[in-house]
Write a protein that binds this ligand. Structure first.
Ligand code: SF4
Length: 279
């Protein structure tokens, strides 16, 4: 049992994977509630706020476990010369446009159209005046090229009109641009300006964080809230890279290689699929 619960006077805390229920035993009281639910949290709160250190909305994963996972993944995937950017950009405008293009495709595909795109349209003013069909021709390999060309042209127009041709460095301003949500804005802020405003949640981050038990949400904005509550701000900028790296190397969408996983001892998915109930 985690010291977090032990300090709060709990004598047992267990989970039944088959029913996804959580049993909390404290003195003579036994509570059986849906795991990680609002009701679980409100019961826990009424009984006392433990050590008062958690700002998690629900008791999903403890912060100390999240920090251990961070440390294992950091050692696994980050070396002194590791480039934390999957996209090969040269300036804030390029990372903005390339991140918009990266939806539903691979970073390698986006990198492959980079030179052609920015040789012709190196700055927002030129992209804003481009013929949409010319942009479409260049970015076609990235898929959804009509929507994407509309968005990158629209974003360029807005940059010229409202921001003096400069990519803004605040979340509020970035998400006003067409095709830019919190994920793209977080990537631009972190990689172009070194600002940790949040954690970019893409498909790998969503899958790996859910399997690990860092979140019970499926909406990216809610997942981001769960993750920012779990990790100290100083490491936010690396979480996206680490979870993507782990998702690509081990925690495959269809067939996760759990037996080879360096963080399986902390993983909810692994526990659920290797518990005695499953045998
Ligand atoms: S144990 Fe399996 S599901 Fe959990 S993080 Fe590792 S590979 Fe993914």
């Amino acid at each position: 049992m985690s010291p977090f619960f032990r300090n709060a006077g709990y004598t047992a805390l267990c989970r039944t994977p088959a029913t996804n229920r959580q049993t909390l035993i404290r003195k003579r009281s036994i509570f059986v509630v849906p795991r990680g639910s609002r009701v679980a949290w409100s019961i826990l709160e009424r009984l006392g706020r433990f050590d008062g250190s958690s700002n998690l909305p629900y008791p999903i994963m403890m912060k100390d476990t999240a920090c251990r996972i961070f440390s294992v993944l950091f050692n696994q995937y980050i070396r002194e010369d590791t480039n934390l950017n999957f996209l090969e950009f040269d300036n804030p405008f390029q990372i903005l446009i390339m991140t918009i293009l990266s939806a539903q495709t691979t970073d390698r595909t986006v990198n492959s159209v980079k030179d052609r795109l920015f040789d012709v349209y190196p700055e927002p003013a030129l992209m804003a005046e481009a013929d949409q069909s010319d942009i479409e021709d260049i970015i076609r390999p990235t898929g959804f090229y009509r929507t994407k060309s509309r968005n990158i042209r629209g974003a360029s127009e807005m940059l010229v009109r409202d921001f003096g041709g400069v990519v803004p460095d605040s979340m509020e301003e970035l998400i006003k641009l067409p095709g830019v949500g919190r994920k793209t804005a977080n990537i631009v802020l972190n990689h172009a300006y070194g600002i940790d405003a949040g954690i970019a949640v893409d498909t790998h981050v969503k899958r790996v964080s859910y399997r690990l038990g860092m979140t019970d949400n499926t909406d990216p904005d809610k997942i981001e809230k769960d993750l920012t509550a779990l990790f100290p701000k100083v490491v936010w900028g690396k979480i996206n890279f680490l979870l993507i790296s782990h998702g690509r190397a081990v925690c495959d969408a269809k067939k996760p290689a759990c037996d080879k996983c360096c963080i399986k001892e902390y993983c909810r998915y692994y526990r659920d699929n290797n518990s005695p109930d499953k045998e």
